[in-house]
Design a protein around this ligand. Structure first.
Ligand SMILES: [Zn+2]
Length: 73
């Protein structure tokens, strides 16, 4: 993982993640590999797609969120 902000270059990142508080959510957001495809009810098709936890590291200098998708869920 980079330890410098992609926006301003400061080495001032603090770890965090983006919360998902929706019903039956696991509490965090995930990145899904492959283009978005919708099922007949409009929801995203997720079967068989690799998913990764989105980490969002906040720069304490410019407040940019540096996001990473490293850990598969
Ligand atoms: Zn920054």
């Amino acid at each position: 993982m980079q330890n410098k902000c992609a926006a301003c270059g400061a080495a001032a990142l603090e770890p965090g993640f983006i919360m998902d508080s929706g019903q039956s959510a696991r509490g965090f957001t995930a990145w899904v590999q492959g283009e978005l495809e919708r099922g007949i009810f409009g929801g995203a098709r997720l079967m068989g797609r690799p998913k990764y936890v989105i980490e969002a590291h906040r720069c304490t200098q410019c407040y940019y969120l540096n996001q990473y998708a490293r850990e598969q869920v």
